[in-house]
Design a protein around this ligand. Sequence first.
Ligand code: GAR
Length: 201
Amino acid sequence: MKNIVILISGRGSNMQAIVNARIAGARVAAVISNRPQAAGLTWAQQNGIATAVLDHKEFADRDQFDAALMTLIDQHAPDLVVLAGFMRIVTPAFVAHYANRMINVHPSLLPAFTGLHTHARAIEAGVKLHGCTAHFVTAELDHGPIIAQAAVPVLDDDTPETLEARVLECEHTLYPQAVARFVAGGLQIDGHRVRDTQQVA
Ligand code: GAR
């Protein structure tokens, strides 16, 4: 059984999708939020999952917060750390500690539109396809090896909100599949490329 620790900052709909996927061979050991008011915490508690809050505002700097977060995460002996709407930039030491066992979902087809406000920027840029990416986390923000991507059309009358809703729906399918592939043990990282030797999903 592989232990998964999920980090959230808010709603936690991707966390819910992963829990609801009931991935064979995986157990969600804990859900941890940097924001005490994150709605996803309530859902996790109601579903019998251990939760914890580590408020970044109570730490003097990013290094101290990340060190405390590592200690908290490691209490659950994670095989995989899943960032699911965790809206914090993590330090190189944190990334190194979870090298090749920490993944993120990003609301764009990377390497396009790294960072924030991806849906508004996609509309502004006039792209006809947008989407989401599951990737390993490396020290360079939103640039880690890509596990899987899914695309959605950008429609003429889209607003950032309508486009976000379409992308979020595909995140909810893509991200649990990416977690399942990691858990199945078939992902091999080769430079920027990820190969899946198991093809479970
Ligand atoms: C998701 O759209 C996720 O891709 C995005 O935040 C949202 C979280 O929603 N993450 C990022 O932008 C990370 N840079 P959720 O809390 O409902 O899963």
